[in-house]
Design a protein around this ligand. Structure first.
Ligand code: NAP
Length: 305
């Protein structure tokens, strides 16, 4: 199977390239990779993306590229809607017209995070974004779904949350660096305690997506499947920080503070928990703490460097 990945230099994109290279479904061939400047979310159209499809002829496209700085999205909502919303509609229209399958990576931020019943969001729960990044992702889901109505191709919307992993500069790396700074001046580390979600290791997510592309074949062309793919378990940001520091043996006390403590351009949905959907193997993604252990050697190297 010929698979194209949009956004190959991103955290998830590079994990997908590695997962696809070793996957039986690609016969070990590296995926086709698109990124800037060949593909620019500000300007992509169904015609320009269609030209890429006609040139490389993939059977499936995994669209990971996005403007992921949620605060920058909040400061420039129109640009956010273009890059994370309407650009996805253009890509979806090009795929749908050719019967090419599309996997679009979306986010827990399509939900408002105001849930109080302790349950994770399910795929059919109503979208109600509370910030421009989430609004753009929600619009993208709708545009892609509309594009695939009646198409010979299939659309999979994969919602995930709280990604971490190579190449670093993620929440664990930022917490470790902040803790070292706090320790140097004898301070405690203040971390949000009322924002709860599931840290998700990009290589684990990539493996799950590849499994879906290879095995999950909805019988009805033009169908739309929504998947919630996250590691197992849940944690507050502060819990996550404590686990990172424990794994790195950095002794700094973490103090829970409310999200409202931080003045931010974007409003994070406080309940970021997604109810995971089943994978073709029937085996759920492993708990996030186990996945974090795999990320620790790279975190240590980065701190030492
Ligand atoms: N990170 C999270 O916690 C999280 C949570 C839920 C969902 N998601 C979604 O998961 C997907 C992957 O996230 P990630 O963490 O891997 O993102 P990432 O590391 O920020 O990578 C984003 C990718 O998009 C590309 N990109 C950004 N702006 C672009 C533009 N204007 N035109 C073309 N390409 C552009 C980047 O290329 P350059 O580096 O060249 O700019 C990069 O390849 C995204 O769709 C994201 O919205 C992420």
């Amino acid at each position: 199977m010929r698979v194209a990945v949009v956004g190959v230099v991103g955290r998830l994109g590079r994990a997908l390239v590695a997962a696809l290279e070793g996957a039986p479904l690609t016969g070990g061939r590296p995926p086709i990779g698109w990124d800037q400047p060949e593909l620019e979310l500000d300007t992509v159209t169904a015609a320009s993306f269609g030209a890429l499809l006609d040139r490389e002829r993939p059977e499936a496209v995994i669209h990971t590229a996005a403007w992921t700085d949620v605060d920058a999205n909040a400061r420039e909502p129109e640009l956010a809607m273009r890059r994370n919303g309407t650009a996805v509609g253009e890509i979806a229209r090009a795929c749908a017209a050719r019967g090419t399958d599309l996997v679009f990576i979306s986010s827990n931020e399509v939900f408002d995070g105001r849930r109080t019943d302790g349950l994770g969001y399910r795929p059919d729960d109503p979208r109600n974004p509370i910030n421009p990044y989430g609004a753009a992702k929600a619009r993208a889901e709708l545009l892609a779904s509309e594009a695939f109505a009646g198409s010979a191709g299939r659309l999979a919307i994969v919602r995930t949350a709280w990604l971490f992993g190579p190449p670093g500069n993620d929440f664990p790396a930022k917490i470790a660096a902040a803790a070292l700074r706090a320790r140097a001046v004898g301070e405690r580390l203040r971390v949000t305690g009322d924002e709860v979600g599931t840290p998700t290791y990009a290589p684990d997510l990539a493996a799950a997506i590849v499994a879906l592309v290879g095995v999950d074949r909805p019988p009805v062309p033009g169908s739309v499947a929504i998947h919630h793919l996250v590691n197992g378990g849940r944690a507050s940001r502060a819990d996550w920080a404590r686990e990172v520091l424990r794994a790195l043996a950095i002794e700094v006390e973490v103090v829970d503070v409310p999200a409202a403590t931080w003045e931010r351009a974007s409003t994070p949905p406080l309940w970021a928990v997604l109810e995971p959907t089943p994978l073709p193997s029937g085996v759920p993604m492993r708990p996030w703490r186990e996945a974090l252990a795999d990320a620790v050697p790279a975190l240590r190297r980065d701190l030492a460097g």
